[in-house]
Design a protein around this ligand. Structure first.
Ligand SMILES: [Zn+2]
Ligand SMILES: [Zn+2]
Length: 205
């Protein structure tokens, strides 16, 4: 089952040109089985898209991309806004543990070794011990950056996920997550990531 787990729409992300109605049409055209909308620091865009998905009988799940001192974190299972710019990672961790949500560093390595270089090896190590997966396939990263993220996932024995990070309609589905089992709800999606029953992939066509 192929689901693009990282998408921005013009509802909550001013940087995106994607209308959620067009997003759903494009996701079907791209052969995806579902999508998850992850706006910057705000849940509303995901709620709007999920409602449109219900009307159109296409699975749309809800996530959010929260900016922290460690960069952007994709969060699944936490249906709330970030209260301000640059959420302290420890706050995000506390909310996520309470809600049973998963935290996944987005585009964590534009280049190899970036996390260690920017935050120091100890802080980078602490971060990676407190996240649930790594975005190993991000549509906006170079193959080298994604390979570096995949290496981190391997080193920390974390599952990988994939998402297009689309801000333009033609980018939808350029990366996605392959789930081993059927996903029928936000809860299924969170549980599958937590259990590692998924991996990231590039679009093959
Ligand atoms: Zn981002
Ligand atoms: Zn993003």
């Amino acid at each position: 089952m192929k689901i693009d787990l990282h998408l921005h729409t013009n509802v909550s992300s001013p940087c995106s040109l994607i209308d959620p109605r067009h997003l759903i049409e494009q996701a079907k055209y791209a052969g995806l089985d579902g999508i998850c909308v992850t706006e910057h620091d705000e849940i509303r865009g995901a709620e709007v898209a999920a409602e449109l998905g219900r009307e159109r009988s296409f699975p749309v799940y809800r996530g959010v991309e929260i900016y922290t001192e460690f960069g952007d974190m994709l969060v699944y299972g936490l249906y709330r806004n970030a209260p301000g710019w640059k959420t302290p990672f420890e706050d995000l961790l506390a909310w996520s543990r309470e809600a049973g949500a998963v935290i996944v560093p987005a585009h964590s390595c534009r280049v190899s070794g970036e996390l260690e270089r920017v935050h120091g090896p100890e802080r980078a190590d602490w971060l990676l011990r407190n996240v649930d997966a790594v975005e190993t396939h991000n549509g906006g990263c170079t193959p080298e950056g994604n390979a570096a993220a995949a290496e981190l996932a391997l080193r920390y024995d974390l599952p990988g996920i994939g998402g297009s990070d689309a801000h333009h309609i033609f980018q939808v589905g350029r990366c996605y997550t392959v789930f081993d089992n059927d996903i029928n709800s936000d809860e299924d999606l969170v549980a599958a990531i937590m259990a590692g029953r998924c991996h990231g992939s590039y679009a093959t066509r």
